[in-house]
Design a protein around this ligand. Structure first.
Ligand SMILES: [Zn+2]
Length: 86
């Protein structure tokens, strides 16, 4: 398990949960106008945070290719075959 990816996906999960909670709170009945405006601002903030967290995670996966080694061990098999062929 890639610890950087683990850390980044944790951060993304936390900010995405905040985003989701902010979105849900806008739909609550009986919300005051000033609270609604404040919560709309919080929703935008949470959205930016979760987008940034997702971009960081995506960037890491692209650059590190850390998902490649965990798929099904195909890389290892290719290496074994080429060693045998030599
Ligand atoms: Zn990684």
């Amino acid at each position: 398990m890639c610890t950087v990816r683990h850390h980044l996906s944790d951060g993304f999960a936390i900010s995405a949960r905040r985003y989701s909670e902010a979105a849900a709170s806008l739909g609550r009945p009986g919300i005051l106008q000033q609270d609604f405006i404040r919560q709309l601002g919080e929703l935008e903030e949470a959205m930016r945070h979760s987008e940034a967290a997702f971009r960081a995670l995506r960037k890491h996966i692209n650059e590190h290719q850390c998902s490649a080694g965990y798929s099904n061990g195909r890389e290892g098999r290719v290496q074994m075959n080429s060693t045998r062929a030599v």
